[in-house]
Each structure stands twice: as C-alpha cells, then as structure tokens.
Design a protein around this ligand. Structure first.
Ligand code: ADP
Ligand code: MG
Length: 255
C-alpha cells in the first residue's frame, strides 16, 4: 500500500545543507493504522509531507498504491493526491466562510460529483464522526475537538487510499484527544482506510498496533521491525521503544 525505499531529504539554506531524513525505509499495509513517533525536530512533518506528495525527497522512492509518486510531475501528482491521499492537520484548516457540511463536501467539488450526492456523503461522514447535528454551523461555532471531527470527515470524503495526520490531537485536551483517536480507530476499522498518524505523545502511540519512530532523522523501530538504516545510528543508539507499551491493553488506557 505505502512503501518507502531509501528516502533521504535535505533542506538548503543558502550555502548550508541540512540533512533531516536519512535512508528511511518502511512499509505500511492496506488497512493498517500506524503511529509515527519522534520528538520535535526529528523529521516527522517532513516525512509526512514527502509521503503525501507535498514535496519531493532529495533521494529515494515513495510508492503509494504501486505508483512511485517521486517520479510524478506537478499535474499528475495533484491528480493522484486528490484521488488517493487525505490529510488531517493539527490546526484543522477549515474554511471559515463555509458551513461544516460545505467544508466536508469541498474535496468533491473539484471532482464532478453532483451536489445531492456530495451532500449525502458529507452527511453520512458527519454522522460517523458524531457531529451530524452540527452540519449547518460554521467552524467558529464548534469546539476544537468538533472542528477536528469535521476535518476527519473531510479527509475521508474522497475515499482515499491513505490518510496522513500531522499531530491531529496536538491542540486538544487529553479527553478530547482520546475521543479523536477513538474515532479514527473506528473509521480505520469500518472503512479499512490506511492511517499514518504523527504524534509525539506516547499515550496516542500506545493505542496503535504498530509504531515507527524517528530520531534525528533516522528511523529507529521496535524489535519486530527490521531497519536497514539502524546501523548508521552507531552502536550505542538505545532502543527507542524499550519499556514503551505498543498495545492498548498493555498501556491500560482502553477497555
Ligand atoms: P518534526 O515534525 O518532527 O518536529 P520537522 O520535519 O518539522 O520535524 O523538522 C525536521 C528538521 O528539518 C528540523 O531541524 C527543522 O528545523 C528542519 N526543517 C523543517 N522544514 C524546513 C524548511 N522548510 N527549511 C529548512 N529546514 C526545515
Ligand atoms: Mg511536525
């Protein structure tokens, strides 16, 4: 479903070259939900933006639905993104002058889907995310958690192959964070949409079956995951997830 091969990325600032991702390789199967962990500055957003086709890596290949998106030109990539990729932002990024329902419908406005079909689909997704009764309100009339539910519904409306979420609960309190994670898990279960969720919060990661971790732009993983880049971190690199529960039951947070 999603496969990265030897992905590296550098930013150039004048004469300076800052290499922020080093030889990243991993695979996500269709229908999986994984957490991408790492402290601030470790390269999570850069990696997510590369996978979502928002920028191109300096090196490597990124396969989504068997297509190497690194090889795509701008136009082809835009079309591919619209069809296959959903994105959930930390700051929701809703359009304030559109109603909740109109925000959710928006991705379909760019495809030739009839207004009545768009509307029906948007309402279904708003019901699924638990805010069907808010459809005719404006984003500013909703709480942060409710706005994130709108953005989740919007990301799903094109039935993408994969949804990337960059710290989707970063602006929310712990209780709301749990609700949002639970909604995404339920949607992953019922719609079989693949999710990659960036977080630096262990309690979020603890609820995912699978986690991968970045440290200083290198991939470091739990032991059941092999990493070709691991050797490059040096012999003394500690195992990042030792002692960290990776299953909900072990974390004792979810019944
Ligand atoms: P994270 O999301 O894990 O906090 P980022 O991917 O945002 O990390 O950043 C990784 C590194 O890349 C940081 O050192 C950051 O300063 C740098 N960086 C991110 N975006 C840019 C950019 N557009 N230009 C230059 N450096 C950047
Ligand atoms: Mg980030």
């Amino acid at each position: 479903m999603l496969r990265l091969e030897n992905v590296s990325h550098s930013f150039k600032n004048g004469n300076e070259v800052l290499k922020v991702l080093h030889h990243i390789q991993f695979e996500v199967q269709k229908g999986e939900m994984i957490a991408l962990l790492g402290s601030s500055g470790s390269g999570k957003s850069t990696l997510l933006n590369l996978m979502a086709g928002l920028m191109k890596p300096t090196e490597g290949h990124i396969y989504i639905a068997d297509q190497d998106i690194v090889k795509y030109g701008e136009n082809k990539l835009a079309v591919f993104r619209r069809k296959h990729i959903g994105f959930i932002f930390q700051a929701y990024e809703l359009i304030p002058t559109l109603t909740v329902r109109e925000n959710v419908e928006l991705p379909l406005v760019f495809q030739s889907v009839s207004p009545s079909k768009r509307r029906k689909k948007a309402m279904e997704l708003l019901e699924m995310t638990g805010i069907g009764d808010k459809a005719s309100l404006y984003p500013s009339q909703l709480s942060g958690g409710q706005q994130q539910r709108v953005s989740i519904a919007r990301s799903l409306i094109t039935e993408p192959s994969v949804i990337f979420a960059d710290e989707p609960t970063g602006n929310l309190d712990t209780k709301t964070e749990e609700e949002i994670i639970r909604i995404m898990m339920a949607l992953n279960e019922s719609m079989k949409t693949t999710f990659v969720i960036v977080t630096h919060e262990m309690e979020v990661a603890a609820q995912m079956k699978k986690t991968i971790m970045l440290r200083d732009g290198y991939l470091v993983q739990p032991e059941d995951y092999t990493t070709p880049a691991a050797g490059q971190r040096g012999p003394n690199a500690p195992s990042p997830l030792s002692g960290v529960p990776v299953h909900a039951e072990e974390a004792g947070e979810v019944s």
